[in-house]
Ligand binder design. Structure first.
Ligand code: AGP
Length: 612
């Protein structure tokens, strides 16, 4: 979490930095700050959002062609002005911005206090910049060397940018575990946590690797070495991102824009991979691992949050079609227990951002035990994408709303392609079913487009429930993970307590919660365990619960029982989680808007969880 931006060149740095922070605000938004180097090194910071910082700085002299800026998601120290970044060193000659956690900051701080350092914040970051300056002075080395030596003493994760009042033509950046991209312009450089602040200035970028330190100067030089002092050649890549993809495009919120983008994003995730008429599914990125999949004894899926829910749908698809046993693990649990991992295991890591710390750590652990790691990521060039042996991008385009929407449906789509491609090659699925499923996949963008037509109806339903205190989401089979996802969406953006359950589990406990004040969202589409779900609806009704049912269009049975019925186009039960996501996303969106919640930046959350 936390977003960092840096600039060096001939333009005024402040407008570039502030615009960059706004693009990165999805990463953290509890405080923000900027440091500008003109003749002096000035740091300005404030708790609250980037707009609060901007307001505070009206009328202030913000000139300077070199600067760094930060938007924070607090880990060490509460969100306030003092703990906001950038942080000064002891002499105030150096300033730093940091994304990550310095785990051994406590012991480093103690040593520095013994050497007469004074700290004003509670952050781990301030300790790092003091350490850098301490080494610079005591060992008589230049800034680059001081940064490099310091980073060898640090345990934890970091993406940092350091500036020095006495070296106004230079920036130093380094990373480990947290992302950092350098944009190369004409006589100028940009540094950021992701490419979104850079894309409008240049398409030439270098993604720093872990334990690399970059020196950038006004003469247009970019030099990289590792913290072990090994020179590296910068590998320049072309950004494919378009500016329009990271703007709201007339929608009031990124979340709504991203919900509406799904017909396109689902199509993009299948583009060039699926030809239903010819019966072909090819995931180019993992073609070399196909045989491994065919022979696999077991697949383990690791992910967090919404991506974990997509993994559950993936489990159902892979077991259903390809007949390979699958285990779906929370990355945060998997990495800290002692799981059995065989060398012939395939571990699929799913992540929108490609930066989630727990997922990354789970990958490293499984890799060290010899497993093959396949990534399903949205962000091209992300840490997870680079840490895996092979993988498939979801190609959903940048997802900026903190609540994941289009990334989820794209992840499920790619998992569907993977399951079907392996099933076909393995011969574990009857040919006619395979062809029917491929055709169904091809029709998904149009069905999702049609499902979006329920928006107005959902807006009306939302009015009834905007003051609800609790919600229950129920589903069976493929719709159970979707119930979990629907509940998560509502929780994270509207702050209403919601739980997802397999509908049949209700009678083992949650049914005690049901009364006239409990709205129950049930995914009751016609395939799968339809009759059983109808019984569950009756159980809720008998206890006066209020039912919102997501049904297949033309359904006449559920409409007799439910208080509100939302129709979606018919599809195979395996793909209901894609089409039925739409009403669930819209329901949480409208309720959150009506409750006055900050939909794109819900409290306490951040888009990329780069801390464990
Ligand atoms: C989704 O709405 C959440 N904000 C969150 O659960 C997210 O899915 C999770 O943090 C995993 O992120 P990733 O997909 O980027 O790894």
């Amino acid at each position: 979490m936390c977003g960092i931006v840096g600039y060096i060149g001939s333009k005024e740095a402040y407008p570039i930095l502030i615009k960059g922070l706004k693009r990165l605000e999805y990463r953290g938004y509890d405080s923000a700050g900027v440091a500008l180097l003109n003749e002096d090194l000035k740091v300005f910071k404030s708790h609250g959002k980037v707009s609060d910082l901007e307001r505070m700085l009206q009328g202030v002299d913000l000139s300077g062609t070199l600067g760094i800026a930060h938007t924070r998601w607090a880990t060490h120290g509460e969100p306030n002005d003092v703990n906001a970044h950038p942080h000064y060193s002891e002499t105030k000659n150096l300033a730093i911005i940091h994304n990550g956690i310095i785990e051994n900051y406590g012991s480093l701080k103690e040593e520095l206090i013994n050497r007469n350092h004074h700290f004003s914040s509670e952050t781990d970051t301030e300790v790092l910049i003091h350490l850098i300056e301490d080494i610079q002075h005591n060992e008589g080395v230049d800034l680059l060397e001081a940064v490099r030596i310091s980073l060898n003493q640090v345990v934890g994760a970091y993406a940092i940018v350091v500036i020095d009042k006495n070296q106004p033509d230079m920036l130093i950046a380094a990373k480990k575990g947290s992302p950092l991209v350098i944009g190369i312009g004409e006589g100028e450089f940009f540094i950021a946590s992701d490419a979104t602040p850079i894309v409008e200035y240049t398409k030439n970028v270098v993604y720093l690797d872990d334990e690399e330190v970059a020196t950038i100067n006004r003469a247009g030089e970019l030099k990289i070495k590792t913290i072990r002092n090994k020179e590296k050649h910068p590998y320049i890549q072309k950004l494919e991102m378009q500016l329009s993809a990271i703007e709201k495009g007339g929608f009031p919120h990124f979340m709504l824009k991203e919900i509406y983008e799904q017909p396109r994003s689902i199509k993009d995730s299948m583009r060039g991979r699926l030809n239903a008429a010819k019966g072909i599914v090819t995931l180019g990125g993992i073609i070399d691992y196909e045989q491994k999949f065919i022979n696999a004894r077991r697949i383990i899926i690791v992910a967090c949050g919404t991506s974990w829910h997509a993994g559950l749908v993936g489990e159902y698809m892979i077991e259903d079609f390809a007949r390979i046993p699958v285990e779906v693990e929370y990355a945060s649990e998997f990495r800290y227990r002692n799981p059995v991992i065989y060398e012939d295991d395939i571990v699929i890591a799913i992540s929108q951002s490609g930066e989630t710390a727990d997922t990354l750590a789970a990958i490293e652990m499984a890799k060290s035990r010899g497993a093959t790691i396949i990534g399903i990521c949205n962000v091209v060039g992300s840490s997870i994408a680079r840490a895996t042996h092979a993988g498939s991008y979801t190609h959903a385009g940048p997802e900026i709303g903190v609540a994941s929407t289009k990334a989820f449906t794209a992840q499920v789509t790619v998992l569907g392609l993977l399951a079907l491609s392996i099933a076909n090659k393995k011969g574990s699925i009857p040919k006619n079913r395979y062809y029917q499923l491929l055709a169904e996949m091809e029709s998904l963008p149009a069905k999702v487009e049609k499902a979006l037509k329920v928006n107005q109806q959902i807006l009306e339903i939302s009015k009834t429930f905007k003051f609800a205190q609790n919600f229950l989401y129920l589903g069976r089979g493929y719709n159970f993970p979707l119930a979990l996802e629907g509940a998560l969406k509502l929780k994270e953006i509207s702050y209403i307590h919601a739980e997802g359950y397999p509908a049949a589990e209700m009678k083992h406990g949650p049914i005690a919660l049901i009364d006239a004040n409990m709205p129950v969202v049930i995914i009751a589409t016609r395939k799968g365990s339809y009759d059983k779900v109808i019984s569950n609806i009756q159980e809720v009704k008998a206890r006066k619960g209020s039912i919102v049912a997501i049904v297949t269009e033309g359904d006449t049975v559920v409409s007799q029982m439910a208080d509100y019925v939302i129709e979606i186009p018919d599809t195979d039960e395996a793909f209901v989680p894609i089409v039925a996501s739409i009403p669930l996303q819209l329901l949480s969106y409208h309720i959150a808007v009506m409750r006055g919640c900050h939909v794109d930046q819900p409290r306490n959350l951040a888009k990329s969880v780069t801390v464990e």
